[in-house]
Design a binder for this molecule. Structure first.
Ligand SMILES: Cc1ncc(COP(=O)(O)O)c(C=O)c1O
Length: 335
């Protein structure tokens, strides 16, 4: 099925810059700890104040450059209105892109806003999604209760059995949507196999990486098209905001942006500030989470009163080998 949207996605030749960005500094050669501190940070050139200010404004003065950009369909690269874009969003988006190895990212008001906008942007009436029976409840509800209202459909299958996933693909399938590590039973989706299926059937592969974060696996490096996160969890890590992210190629993210404008789920500048602050300690926090979780899993497994512990870093986990090869951190011995 070749809809108008496919033609646009696959054939548009216009060269796109990474970003949008506030400045040209690149941290692509740095490690995650350095990127999480410096990438995207906007230091005020007038005062020298260190750290991105909170740009608490709804709208921006328009000038000739902004009007021209809007006319040419480059509205995403200009400051127009804070639902469309805001320096606080751009700054944290750039940090996320550096951590995800993405050309572009969007931050949303929640993980569910990121997930629903991403899927609605990729799907047309009549199209079908293959997803997992092991999936976050809110995502399940959106796929199960809402897709059919737009004339779309979903099949839920196993996240670990690639043959079952292939068998669920239909003529009208457009998207494979899975969690890299499932909520709550910690099953691992074999990402390279899923990407191979996506290529074989010309499908978009979208991965929710909330439970692992780009510290433990960077799905885009494995060929996944788009990675979504609930930033509410580890990315923020301070339990003081709700947020979501999507990252991928500039071309794909540019197709999600108009959907975000329509759904209205952009991230508030103050939440952007909090998220950027949190990401500065991202690598440190994730290393400690991994260490502590493994110690806890060992401890729990040693208790007579506990029947089974589901943790991919334990030898007893039935996907232990996949955890070793697919993930970094204390899921593997390479940290
Ligand atoms: C794996 C996963 N994805 C998405 C979400 C939704 O994120 P939010 O609560 O930020 O909308 C959650 C929330 O628990 C989650 O666990």
């Amino acid at each position: 099925m070749n809809s108008k949207k496919d033609i646009w996605l696959n054939d548009l030749q216009r060269r796109r810059e990474n970003g949008p960005t506030l400045h040209k500094a690149s941290y692509s050669e740095c490690k995650d700890s350095t990127k999480s501190v410096h990438a995207g940070q906007y230091n005020d050139p007038n005062t020298g104040a260190l750290g991105t200010p909170i740009f608490q404004c709804s709208t921006f003065y328009l000038n000739d450059a902004s009007y021209k950009a809007i006319e040419e369909g480059r509205g995403r690269d200009e400051m127009i209105y804070s639902r469309y874009g805001n320096p606080s969003q751009w700054s944290v988006q750039e940090k996320l892109s550096a951590l995800e190895h993405a050309e572009s990212s969007i931050v949303f008001s929640s993980g569910m806003a990121a997930i629903s906008s991403t899927l609605l942007a990729l799907l047309d009436k009549g199209s079908h999604v293959v997803s997992s029976r092991d999936i976050y409840g809110g995502t399940y509800n959106f796929l199960y209760e809402d897709l059919y209202r737009y004339g779309m459909s979903v099949t839920f299958t196993s996240p670990t059995n690639i043959e079952a996933i292939e068998a669920a693909i239909q003529e009208n399938t457009k998207v494979l949507y899975f969690e890299a590590l499932t909520n709550p039973l910690l099953k691992i989706t074999p990402l390279s196999d899923l990407v191979a299926l996506g290529k074989k059937y010309n499908l978009r592969v979208v991965i929710d990486n909330t439970f692992l974060t780009p510290y433990n696996v960077k799905p885009l490096d494995l060929g996944v098209d788009l990675v979504v996160n609930s930033a509410t969890k580890y990315l923020n890590g301070h339990s003081d905001l709700i947020g979501g992210t999507v990252s991928g190629s500039r071309k794909l993210i540019d197709t999600i942006w108009p959907q975000m404008l329509k759904n209205g789920g952009s991230m508030d500048p103050h939440a952007c500030f909090l998220l950027e602050r949190s990401l500065k300690t991202f690598a440190l926090r994730m290393r400690t989470h991994n260490d502590n979780a493994l110690q806890l899993a060992y401890f729990l497994e040693a208790q007579d009163t506990i029947k089974r512990v589901y943790y991919p870093g334990l030898l007893s986990h039935d996907q232990y080998d996949l955890a070793q090869s697919q993930m970094k951190g204390k899921y593997s011995r390479n940290d």
